[in-house]
Design a binder for this molecule. Sequence first.
Ligand code: CA
Length: 267
Amino acid sequence: MGRRISLTNVGRSFASLRMTYSKENLHIEISKTSDVFKKKTMSKILIIEDEPELVKVLRDYLEKANFDVSTAYRGDTGLSTWQHERPDLVLLDLNLPGMDGLDVAREIRRKGDTPIIMLTARVEETDQLIGLELGADDYVTKPFSPRVVVAKVRAVLRRSAAETSPTQVLRIADLEIDMDAYAVSKAGNPLDLTPTEFDILSTMAANPGRAFSRMRLLEATQGAAFEGYERTIDAHIKNLRAKLESDPKNPQYIETVFGIGYRFARQ
Ligand code: CA
């Protein structure tokens, strides 16, 4: 009773909190979803298309799929919108007033590497476009299903994200921590860690020698930390050491920092 509950770092990967409070018990349930995070980093899509009906349908579908959408109805205004807004992806019609879609694509390619999905009116057009090697990332032939467009948008964004962010692998002594795959191996042998153990280990291993308080490690695992729950970290550390260390009583990797918490030893 009377224990202070503090939430820190709320909003990063924190979605909902349910607390049941009785005389004997304080029960806290945290559901983690990545939706909050997704919303914060919503991808921005620019539609350059002169058919208002088509723009409307695409916008509706993309917004429902959680994209941030801007639109332009002409090639020239589309290009300036691209310059100002720097979207994550452009849906580009081929036949546009003001400036031809091909020229818009060339300009975008000349000045940046925004992924482009071309909207073409006929299959033959698509063939010609591929021949032109404009660097468009994909093509959709009209009439298309907006669902297919959304799927292609997602696929192209995934591909371009994979190209721009190289795999992050930490290698320390005989440990290999793959931040993207959530995988850890020791001397080439995969270790079976829980997601919480992985979060704790990777947080510390990214900064060898630095002492982490239990509270800070709790935050790393949940995105929100509750005072009074720091000791749960001790149990996770115990399990981690059992999996990681040759001799858990004399840890080589995870050291105790008395009065503070833990640190990953400099190797
Ligand atoms: Ca058109």
